[in-house]
Write a protein that binds this ligand. Structure first.
Ligand code: AP5
Ligand code: MG
Length: 211
């Protein structure tokens, strides 16, 4: 199954994608995670995009599309994948349509008030990237990743200024894609406000109808 997870920053795309990918046995491909890995490994790509990510702006389409195109040539994508955070602009969606045919675009709907609470309390593992939240998904031991025991950190772009910037970038540059995907008939709206287990079951139920 080839899925896109769509929605504003903090909507829960990564949280739900990890669980669904495991359930379906397909890879979870997050462009944000790929960029953060490049930054951590100080690759050429990482050096190019570090400041852009920290500020909350979008990486240029060409760089992003090349990265995804390359990732989708890997064998593990043969039986499907979840694309998380890609596409985010109309040119990216058009490029993706030239690469593959999607089964569905899952649109997570969450109010700004909740998004801000989620982003400001998020903690990720500096080692494996696993997502926690100080209040909503607290780690068993403070500051320590439940999955691998790594150190929990705050993402550079989860500062108050970057969060504000990312929400406005979403409204101006990414939300126009809602209309694009509505026209294709691929869009499935999901209420992203309830707890993760409930959101996951709504997504699973919606996908059942596709079969
Ligand atoms: P990216 O990493 O994709 O960030 P984002 O879109 O801003 O989305 P987030 O990862 O912040 O949110 P999420 O929806 O995954 O929420 P999460 O599950 O973590 O992109 C980062 C940057 O990379 C961009 O700003 C841009 O610079 C660049 N980039 C990436 N893709 C690009 C593209 N296509 N084009 C150009 N540039 C690109 O959850 C958030 C928090 O809430 C967590 O703490 C979690 O524990 C908690 N939570 C989640 N779900 C729930 C729930 N149901 N109930 C309670 N708490 C919850
Ligand atoms: Mg994410």
């Amino acid at each position: 199954m080839k899925l896109v997870f769509f929605g504003p920053p903090g909507a829960g795309k990564g949280t739900i994608a990890v669980k669904l990918a495991e359930k379906l046995g397909i890879p979870h491909i997050s462009t944000g995670d790929l960029f953060r890995a490049a930054i951590k490994n100080q690759t050429d790509l990482g050096k190019k995009v570090k400041q852009i990510l920290d500020s909350g702006a979008l990486v240029p389409d060409e760089l992003t599309v090349d990265l995804v195109r390359e990732r989708l040539t890997a064998k593990d994508t043969n039986s499907g994948y979840i694309l998380d955070g890609f596409p985010r602009t109309i040119p990216q969606a058009e490029a993706l349509a030239g690469i593959t045919e999607l089964d569905a675009v899952i649109n997570f709907e969450v109010s700004d008030e909740i998004l801000i609470k989620r982003l400001s309390g998020r903690r990720i593992c500096s080692s494996c990237g696993f997502i926690h939240h100080v209040e909503f998904q607290p780690p068993k031991h403070e500051g320590i990743c439940d999955r691998c025991g790594g150190k929990l950190i705050q993402r550079e772009d989860d500062s108050e200024t970057s969060i504000r910037k990312r929400l406005s970038v979403y409204q101006n540059q990414t939300a126009p894609l809602l209309g694009y995907y509505e026209k294709t008939g691929l869009m499935i709206d999901i209420d992203g406000a309830p707890a993760p287990a409930e959101v996951l079951s709504s997504v699973t139920a919606a996908l059942e109808h596709l079969k």
